[in-house]
Structures are given as C-alpha cells and as structure tokens.
Design a protein around this ligand. Structure first.
Ligand SMILES: NC(=O)c1ccc[n+]([C@@H]2O[C@H](COP(=O)([O-])OP(=O)(O)OC[C@H]3O[C@@H](n4cnc5c(N)ncnc54)[C@H](O)[C@@H]3O)[C@@H](O)[C@H]2O)c1
Ligand SMILES: [Zn+2]
Ligand SMILES: [Zn+2]
Length: 392
C-alpha cells in the first residue's frame, strides 16, 4: 500500500510499504478514505524529530471502511468508522472514567507515557499511522466510532481529533454562561474551539498572526486581534476589551510551535541537527520549549480564571512565573483530548444541519500522493492552508 512515511526533518514521502495485517482478535483493518494532517504532525515534522524513526508512518486523523475484522474487534466488515487518535480498550480503570488518553491497556509504560497514539513517535508506542491506504486498528472494540452512511467524509472525519479536542478545550475552559474566552492560535484546533465556544453563547476573542486565519474566525463573529500588531501589549488590549480584567478563560491552542521566542527557536533548530540521543536530551532537559503562548495566557486570563491548555508541550526545564500563577489564582487544565468522552455531545451537531461548519472547514483536499507538498504548505501557512485532508 501507499503511506506517508517520515524520513527526517521536513522530509516526508509517499512510499510503498507492506499492507497491515490482523495480529490480535481485537484488531481491525480499515481502508482509509480521508485522513487529516494535524498541527501535531508539524511537531513531528520538525521539533519532535528525535523521537521518530525513519520509516514511521504518520497520521492520526483517519476514517474509512472496515476491510477485515478480528473475532473480538466489535466492528463488521463494511462498517464506516472514524478512528480516535488514541488507542484505548474501553474497559480498564481509566477508560471507565472516560480518561481514554490514559488507557491502562495501551499506556506506553517503557516511556512513562499515557495511551498509545497512532503515528506519533516512540514516546507514544510507534504505532503505524493513518495517512495511508490501510490502517491496522488495535483495540478496535473501543478505538472506532461508527458513523452513518450518506453524508460526505468531511461531516465525520474531524471526530478523530479536531472536534473532540476543541470540545474538550472549551469544556476545560469552564466558562460560565455568558462569559468570555480568549482563544490563542486560530489553526484548526483554535478555530474549531472558537466555533464551539460561540455555539455555546460565549464571547470569543481570537488571536493569531496569519491574516487568513484571523479573517476566517472574524467572518464567524470572533473578535480577532493580530499578535503582529500587538507584540508587547496583547494582554493590555484584551484587558481593555474586558473592563480591565482579562477574559474569564484562555484556551491556548498554539503549543510548542509558538512564534515569538527567538532563543527557543535557535535551540529547536540545534536539536534538529544533533545526533538523536543527544537531541532527545536537549528536548527533554534543556527546556527549549517555546512557552510564549502559555506566558501570554497567564497574562491575559482574569484573576481567578482558567487556562485550558490544549496545544501540545514537551520538555522539562521551562521556567514558569509561579508567583503570578499563584497570586492570580489561576486554574490550569490540560492534556490530550479523551476523544470518545465527547462524541455523544458532538454527534447531534453533525447530523442536524452543520452549526459548526465542518463542511468547508478543510481548505485543501488532496490525494495521498500530494502529502509532501501538503505538509510544506501547512507548516509554512502558505496557499491559505488551514486544514488539509488527504484522500487515499
Ligand atoms: N491536546 C490534544 O489532544 C491536541 C490534539 C490536536 C492538536 N493539539 C495541539 O493543538 C495545537 C494547535 O493545533 P493546530 O492543528 O490548530 O495547529 P496549527 O499549528 O495550525 O495552529 C497553531 C496556530 O497558532 C498560531 N500562533 C503561533 N504562535 C502564536 C502566538 N504566540 N500567539 C497566538 N497564536 C500563535 C499559528 O499562527 C497557528 O495558526 C498544536 O500544538 C497541536 O499539537 C492538541
Ligand atoms: Zn491531530
Ligand atoms: Zn483502557
């Protein structure tokens, strides 16, 4: 089959690789029809390179049709399914609490990490990903979401990641009715989180640096601020819009690719050129993460408010303004999205009309073969790329 394969920093290719096969009774093989490229893939494309191995298949936002099913897979050949980005059993202590990202059956214990993820480094189990013609789905009895026939893939494909991640971001932001939230980053996750927050009747202020992204959000009623125009006084501007207080909550949907911290950028680039074991150490210990957006969130949120951190972070030695976090009494919630936790809340919005605008959310739908170029334009934010769907 054809698959999107990681070869090195900023080097993904479409290769011929062996077809996946059933290995356990709980496995299913799915023929992929659509597969998203995610902001999280950009971390692999560049800064998380040390945790990748040449030959790894990328992708964690796939959907398709069951081609083969093991005896305990809980799905039938021909079922139309979306795969959550995390692999979870559905019946352990953590899954019982709907903390699927912490599934005790698939936890990657040798790395000290939570549930295994599709296509996401050896930290998360080095599981082959879904930007491919076929995908082996382990623990298929819980790692699939059955969706109805009929509507286009676009209706459902974002159930794998974008929708539940954005939904969790808004839930964790815990804004009371009629309250306000600042969304930092208007990539697919921040954009969708803004849509969900507005759907719930909240006031949304959105921040980014890319004109098309600001425009897209503004068209849907988000009050947007361009960080480029306010490099040093963004928090002041938000306070000015909110009776001097700041918003009730801040959703941080940027993560460690934040722009604005040049020292970190150089360290990242250095890590990219070091031999892997050394680069891993730099990434884990040297604190080279770009915390710019997180620092902004701490500044913007009102006293006693909540920061919902949905952007992905890594590393250790990052200095944090503990005095400010403590003194402002900030509540902090974060983590990978527990996908299946939110599906029942989201599904009605996909079936009745399309209040979140999932149809038309993708800016690019391209054949799998065009993945290398798609990664490039998504990373460089060229050609208006906000969300790319690969269609094998
Ligand atoms: N927690 C989860 O389960 C989960 C799931 C999916 C994605 N994510 C993470 O969410 C983040 C966003 O994902 P995405 O797909 O939208 O990616 P993206 O890279 O397209 O979006 C990030 C956006 O942030 C903007 N930005 C950069 N620096 C900024 C700053 N200092 N202030 C404000 N905006 C800034 C960028 O211009 C970009 O539009 C990534 O870190 C991704 O890994 C987390
Ligand atoms: Zn994703
Ligand atoms: Zn489990």
């Amino acid at each position: 089959m054809k698959a999107v394969v990681w070869h090195g920093k900023r080097d993904v290719r479409v290769d011929d690789v062996p077809d996946p096969t059933l290995q356990d009774p709980t496995d299913a093989i799915v023929r992929i029809s659509s597969s998203g490229i995610c902001g999280s893939d950009l971390h692999l494309y560049e800064v998380l390179g040390p945790f990748m191995s040449e030959g790894d298949i990328l992708g964690h936002e796939p959907m398709g049709v069951v081609e083969e099913a093991g005896s305990e897979a809980g799905v039938e050949v021909g079922d139309r399914v979306v795969m959550p980005f995390q692999i979870s059993c559905g019946s352990c202590f953590m899954c019982d609490q709907k903390l699927y990202t912490q599934c005790e059956t698939t936890q990657v214990r040798d790395q000290g990490m939570g549930a295994a993820l599709f296509g996401y480094t050896k930290l998360y189990g080095a599981v082959p990903g879904g930007q491919a013609e076929f995908l082996r789905v382990p623990q298929a009895q819980n790692t699939t979401i059955k969706v109805p026939e009929g509507p286009a893939d676009e209706r459902f494909v974002y159930l794998s990641d974008v929708l539940p991640t954005a939904w969790q971001a808004v839930e964790y932001a815990a804004v009371t009715e009629g309250g306000s939230v600042t969304v930092l980053g208007l990539g697919p996750i921040g954009d969708m989180a803004s849509r969900i927050a507005m759907h719930k009747g909240l006031r949304v202020i959105g921040v980014d640096i890319v004109p098309e992204r600001l425009e897209r959000a503004s068209e849907r009623g988000v009050e947007v601020i361009d960080l480029i125009e306010h490099p040093d006084d963004l928090a002041e501007v938000v306070r000015g819009m909110t009776d001097g207080r700041g918003t009730d909550s801040v959703i941080e949907a940027v993560g460690m690719e934040a722009h604005g911290s040049p020292g970190a950028k150089i360290a990242h680039q250095m890590a990219g050129y070091l031999p892997d074991p050394l680069a891993e150490k730099v990434m884990e210990k040297a604190g080279i993460d770009r915390l710019h957006a997180f620092h902004l969130a701490i500044d913007i949120v009102r006293r006693g408010g909540t920061i919902s951190l949905i952007g992905v972070y890594g590393g250790m030695a990052d200095p944090l303004p503990m005095l400010t976090i403590f003194d402002k009494q900030i509540q902090l919630r974060m983590g990978q999205a527990n996908v299946k936790r939110w599906v029942d809340d989201i599904m009605p919005l996909l079936m009745d009309g399309d209040p979140l605008g999932v149809e038309g959310f993708a800016t690019h739908k391209v054949p799998l073969e065009e993945a290398p170029r798609a990664y490039e334009i998504f990373q460089k934010k060229e050609d208006g790329a906000v969300k790319v769907l690969l269609q094998p």
